[in-house]
Design a protein around this ligand. Structure first.
Ligand code: NAD
Length: 370
């Protein structure tokens, strides 16, 4: 390792428990028992209601099987989770969870289901168990988000961090290939920005490098054989590490741009991260030699990690331009202005013109230029 750090750094570990690699439906009863939960609600997206009901059934079927008093039951399934947690969805769900008298929630799905669990934890203080089925990484962070009249508000609060996370690779085997690829890039974006975060530490950098290595090794295998559990396990392991990095560091320009594009123009979350990441990394590379070294090792020895990530996205069939994602080129100036006027950290100062250049290149799908 050639990482060099300043003499001093602060690392704050987050209090959560991770269970990896077992069937989630087998592990759930023990996790609920561990947390002392007795009556939970399952949260999922509308398209995953069947999976939510299967999970509810698995919870109900285990009542009394793992040793008595602390066994939990499932009070219901709420299949309303959608991207960016609209306030009305959060409010309806909170009312329903209260009505059912639940003492905890189990979120199963991607960042949307986990985000809905966070809204409930924030409002009602109820503990959550997360069973992630994408690579977005929300389960590892204290960040919550909520959207009111099209405007997304975010914040950090330790109460929203799931108390327990169950990673079951088999549950990701049905994630469509295209979503798997972009979700994997969404995860790697967390690791990339953790490597040059103002609060980076040796431990987050180790996780970031290993997370990028694991995901870039796994994604071609996921594309070739989406149901193959070896590649799915490695991808989920990488996603866990990348999410954990994001949970412990402050994200920079890349996340700021994606937040503006998603929040203002409603561009799809994981796809937007995939398109933008190589361009912001290319911009930042000259200022972050240590991060470039770590990414270079993770990506098999390239001198230009930004280009390598761009080529990998292309090879794996990901969308390559913001234009393909439906962005109007005329929106670039207002997004650049919004990003530039906001507050965020970045290792290299970015002027409005720099941000415009990055957005133009990402919009057109050009090869990232340093
Ligand atoms: P998502 O949760 O919206 O899932 C995308 C779609 O895939 C949904 O329709 C879902 O039902 C489906 N799906 C999920 N897993 C599946 C599986 N295994 N098989 C088949 N279909 C499956 O998308 P996402 O990218 O995971 O999450 C995006 C949301 O999460 C955004 O709102 C984003 O802001 C938020 N997010 C928050 C954080 C945080 O730290 N707070 C971090 C990352 C993402």
């Amino acid at each position: 390792m050639t990482n060099q750090f300043p003499q001093a750094f602060t690392y704050q570990a987050l209090p959560m428990r991770v269970r990896f690699g077992e069937p989630a439906f087998d592990a759930i009863a023990e996790e609920l028992s561990h947390l002392g939960l007795r009556k939970v609600v399952v949260l999922c997206s509308p398209g995953r209601v069947e999976l939510g009901q299967l999970l509810a059934g698995a919870i109900r079927n285990t009542v009394g099987t793992s040793g008595g008093d602390s066994d939990a039951t499932c009070a219901g399934v709420i299949a309303k989770a959608v991207m960016h947690v609209p306030r009305e969805v959060a409010e309806e769900t909170i009312a329903e969870v209260k009505r059912l008298g639940a003492d905890g929630c189990v979120s199963i799905g991607g960042g949307s289901a986990i985000g809905l669990g966070k809204a409930i934890a924030l409002e009602l203080g109820l503990p959550t168990v997360a069973i992630p089925t994408t690579y977005a990484g929300s389960e590892m962070t204290t960040m919550w988000g909520m959207t009111t009249d099209g405007k997304k508000t975010t914040g950090r609060d330790e109460s929203v961090l799931p108390k327990s996370v169950i990673y079951d690779p088999a549950l990701t085997s049905g994630l469509p290939v295209a979503t798997s690829v972009t979700s994997g890039f969404n995860a790697m974006a967390h690791a990339v920005e953790a490597l040059y975060a103002p609060d980076a530490s040796p431990i987050t950098s180790l996780m970031a490098e290993e997370g990028v290595r694991a995901l870039t090794a796994a994604l071609p295998g996921v594309v070739d054989n989406p149901e193959g559990l070896t590649a799915r396990s490695e991808a989920l392991y990488g996603a866990w590490l990348c999410g954990a990095c994001m949970g412990s560091t402050t994200m920079s320009l890349h996340h700021k741009i994606c937040h503006a594009l998603g929040g203002t123009l409603n561009l799809p979350h994981a796809e937007t991260h995939t398109v933008v990441l190589p361009h912001v990394l290319a911009f930042n590379q000259p200022a972050v030699p240590t991060a470039v070294g770590a990414l270079s090792r993770a990506l098999g020895g390239t001198k230009n990690p930004a280009k390598r990530l761009w080529e990998l996205a292309h090879k794996l069939g990901a969308p390559m331009s913001l234009q393909e994602l439906g962005m109007d080129r005329g929106d670039i100036p207002s997004i650049a202005k919004q990003v530039h006027s906001g507050t965020y950290g970045n290792p290299r100062e970015a002027s409005e013109e720099d941000i415009t250049r990055i957005l133009n290149a990402a919009w057109a799908g050009e090869s990232p230029a340093i």
